[in-house]
Ligand binder design. Structure first.
Ligand code: AMP
Length: 574
């Protein structure tokens, strides 16, 4: 472990990527294969390979207590060290300076991590962590703690470890990257590189692959500027999930490759009916009959639960909208173009009778969906089982794309995903083959409740507006307005003059510098995000609010509710 810690110190000392790779490659070559394989995992900032579900389940406070105890220092000294370094590993390295264990080998550290992960309860874990750190030298303790907290912070990304493996064992970088992507295990990848067997790496079912990611676009024109033929899907507001299905067994993995099967017990049941083993990519959404996704805040109530009550299952049913297939019929499909994968997915889901899918040709589907703002229709006679092939549309012009965007939003979805029909599936990569066209920054409609005189050139005019939304108490009752923000007017001088006149005439109470006014003037307000705050009586405050425009077409009854504010707040806190 000392050698690894020293290599880490050397890696930290240089900012040059090439230099870092050389240090890692030299270090790996100097170790046995077992040591190098484990080191590769540690150097990627992990205690266990990426695909594994195993975690240490050791929090920073437990580590903190053990470090404090071993150092014999009081809390104040530890806190001072923490303020200096801002990193618990570095603190351990410093405060354990005076007492040094005899040192541990990297394989011993690996074995200790496995024991800690397997131990149940904080007492058992604390004992094992204490043993491990007591044996370590200070510099080893520093890196053991860093790896245990999952935060190595030596400026080394997993991609650099891949480069180092290629360099150390004379392998082609693309082969290393591909093997690591398929296996989700950089240590195993290293072993294959050593043996010259990288090409033998195969996808393993129930080992999650990385997710392909999308780049944002600014306009419909941009959406069609990167490739010739675009498949367009709604962008659903749920959580991304990779579904692995084999022999009737099903596991769902989140974007962070954590298993989330337990939270959605209705999905494995439905997916188990697939006629072939497969790995699907899709989005889990809260689902509303007859066929539309509910807002993310609704789905959120289902997240992170180990046990899902019958009532939850009834009240917030979920659906899996499958939009890609990575593996089927015993074949890895990621190198095939999207147009071919889409066909496989269509067949796969169509073949399963229990699965709800959308019949009709693409054109029929498009016309149908453009006609309705209500959402997708489940096939007649369907059993209501919730695996759905995400409908695919085509757009050949920016106008068509805009039209699809509008209907997607009318269905309550976030916007569109625009995908290159000729593109392969690139796990873990964000490129220009998948584009996302999202709802513009959310705006709120709010009503002005109070006004203040401005400053500078706005002295003498009422140009600071406090605005409010309805607190409907979860219902529809609109008799209580709650303030959510205050902004300088973004209106023109003429509009402000006109408004000043109106506010003076409709003042409820003149408080000197401030006037409460009749809640009649509706504004559309943009903002960067929403904070919880006791500054206003709503309990929320808009951050950087800007008045976009007067909504003279709207009356106070039309303004947003506190529920929508909460929903935006929850969405952004993901
Ligand atoms: P963002 O989270 O804004 O970066 O957007 C990308 C995310 O949109 C993906 O990770 C998915 O979770 C989600 N998404 C929703 N609908 C789709 C779709 N049809 N295709 C791909 N991703 C989608």
């Amino acid at each position: 472990m000392r050698k690894l810690a020293e290599a880490c110190e050397a890696i930290t000392a240089t900012t040059k990527k090439l230099q870092k790779t050389v240090i890692v490659a030299d270090y790996l070559k100097s170790r046995t294969v077992d040591e190098a394989a484990l080191s590769a995992v540690f150097l990627s900032g992990r205690a266990f390979p990426a695909w594994e579900e195993t975690t240490l389940q050791v929090g920073s406070s437990l580590l903190w207590r053990v470090v404090a105890e071993l150092s014999g220092n009081d809390e104040a000294a530890l806190r001072a060290a923490y303020r200096k370094h801002g990193d618990l590993g570095a603190v351990a390295g410093e405060v354990l300076e005076a007492r040094s264990g005899q040192g541990s080998s990297i394989l011993e550290v690996g074995a200790a991590f496995r024991q800690i992960a397997a131990a149940r309860g904080p007492a058992a874990k604390t004992m094992l962590v204490r043993d491990l750190l007591a044996r370590a030298t200070p510099i080893e303790a520093k890196y053991i703690v860093k790896i245990a907290t999952g935060d190595l912070r030596i400026g080394l990304k997993e991609s650099l470890v891949e480069e180092a493996i290629a360099k150390a064992y004379g392998s082609a970088l693309v082969e290393v990257q591909r093997a690591n992507m398929l296996l989700g295990d950089i240590g195993e990848t290293l072993r294959l590189a050593v043996e010259g067997r990288l090409l033998e790496a195969k996808v393993r079912i129930f080992h999650p692959l990385g997710f392909m990611l999308a780049s944002p676009i600014e306009s419909a024109e941009e959406g069609l500027s990167y490739f010739a033929e675009a498949a367009v899907e709604d962008k659903y507001d749920g959580i991304r999930a990779q579904a692995h299905v084999a022999d009737g067994e099903v596991k769902l993995f989140s974007r962070t490759r954590d298993e989330i099967t337990e939270s959605f017990p209705e999905l494995p049941h439905a997916l188990a009916g697939l006629l072939q083993d497969a790995i699907l990519d899709g989005e889990i959404v809260a689902w509303e009959s007859p066929g539309r996704a509910r807002p993310f805040s609704v789905l959120q109530q289902r997240l992170g639960r180990k046990k899902v009550s019958e009532r939850m299952l009834q009240e917030i049913p979920v659906a899996y909208l499958a939009f890609d297939v990575l593996y089927a019929r015993g074949e890895l499909l990621i190198d095939r173009p999207l147009r071919a994968r889409a066909r496989v997915l269509d067949e796969l889901l169509a073949a399963e009778r229990k699965v709800v899918h959308h019949g009709g040709t693409e054109t029929q589907r498009k016309t149908k969906s453009l006609q309705t703002t209500l959402g997708f229709e489940a096939e007649e006679g369907s059993t209501g089982v919730n695996i759905i092939r995400a409908p695919v549309f085509r757009a050949k012009s920016p106008e068509e794309l805009e039209e699809l965007f509008t209907v997607a939003q009318a269905r309550g979805n976030e916007g569109l995903m625009i995908k290159d029909l000729d593109s392969t599936y690139t796990p873990g990569k964000r490129g220009k083959s998948w584009l996302k066209m999202k709802r513009e920054l959310a705006t709120l409609d709010a009503v002005v409740t109070a006004v203040e005189y401005g400053h500078g050139k706005r002295v003498g005019v009422l140009s600071d507006y406090t605005f409010a939304v309805w607190d409907t108490d979860g219902g529809t009752n609109k008799d209580r307005l709650v303030n959510i923000g205050k902004a300088f007017s973004g209106l023109t001088d003429a509009e402000i003059a006109e408004m000043t006149h109106w506010f003076l005439e409709h003042t409820i109470e003149d408080q000197g510098f401030r006037r409460t006014v009749e809640p009649k003037i509706v504004l559309e307000v943009a903002f960067n995000n929403i904070m919880q705050s006791d500054r206003h009586d709503s309990g929320y405050a808009l951050r950087f609010p800007r008045i976009v425009r007067l909504r003279s077409d709207k009356s106070a009854g039309d303004v947003d509710t506190i529920d929508r504010v909460r929903e935006i707040y929850h969405r952004q806190t993901l």
